[in-house]
Design a protein around this ligand. Sequence first.
Ligand SMILES: C/C(=C\COP(=O)(O)OP(=O)(O)O)CCC[C@H](C)CCC[C@H](C)CCCC(C)C
Length: 335
Amino acid sequence: MSDSSVSNPSDRVKLPTNGDRGAKTRQLLGMKGAAPGETSIWKIRLQLMKPITWIPLIWGVICGAASSGEYTWSLENLLKIAVCMVLSGPFMTGYTQTVNEYYDREIDAINEPYRPIPSGAIPLSQVIAQIIVLLLGGIGLAYVLDVWAGHEFPTITCIAIGGALLAYIYSAPPLKLKQNGWLGTYALGSSYIALPWWTGHALFGDLNWTIVILTLIYSFAGLGIAVVNDFKSIEGDRQLGLKSLPVMFGVTAAAWICVLTIDLFQAAIAAYLIYIHENLYATILLLLIIPQITFQDMYFLRDPLKNDVKYQASAQPFLVLGMLVTGLALGHAGV
Ligand SMILES: C/C(=C\COP(=O)(O)OP(=O)(O)O)CCC[C@H](C)CCC[C@H](C)CCCC(C)C
């Protein structure tokens, strides 16, 4: 698509409604239901980077620092982890989301015409420039962290490049992993759990195969969380031929796949913690699964289409706390 398609923004952009501060905030954070009509190019750029989606990756970095067992509270370490959060949030997730907005522009023109690209608020050439700046900035920052951590092998740079490639094939043709229910949701789950975890771990300790494999197993719980988001768009996905799990298996079966992957893979991690004699941490992790099962029963399984957001808001804090408990356990055990 050429830039001409977005060359006359004033024709297509609606002005913001007075006093709709909630919609303005959603706009800046890159959430659905945002207010249209932003005119500041920097706010539009931020909107493309969807800051709300940075949070899980920033949290993943903290879990990795915990699992390294080497994190101590010094000013230098605080600075290191802050830079690592900037890498995983604004740079790498910002890059990922901008690429996704770029390749979703035609479908967004139908479903979310107020988004920056379909509304014509930013020309495509500037979106491409933003993608390049975030990608090069992210890889450069990853290399700085490798040097800072004294790595002989640039582990963090490799994770950043691998993540960037994954993000590209997730959104861009010909692979467009997001069209495939299993691959797309696992890519999402692993990039939200495993990749930032590896990065935080590598920054302070030695990234090893046990951590890599454990976090890839943990990522199946992330797959379940990613599937929860597919219920809201089931009709549109079906019409567009997107094979999300709810489209492939129907609402009820997909809801069960969702909750079983979330619960069983967290339980599997707790079992591993028992195996390495981290019984207290394992017990806490198991206790944190109980409220998630309760919310699955109260909300999600009863009506996945109506209660998906309510379920995520109530249950997710327990899942993310469990990740930190696991990180601390692995760090304590010296895995
Ligand atoms: C673009 C992503 C999700 C949006 O998906 P979708 O288009 O289905 O949803 P919306 O319609 O609501 O927009 C995320 C995709 C993630 C990707 C597979 C990989 C991300 C890589 C990491 C950012 C890399 C982090 C490396 C770092 C920690 C060094």
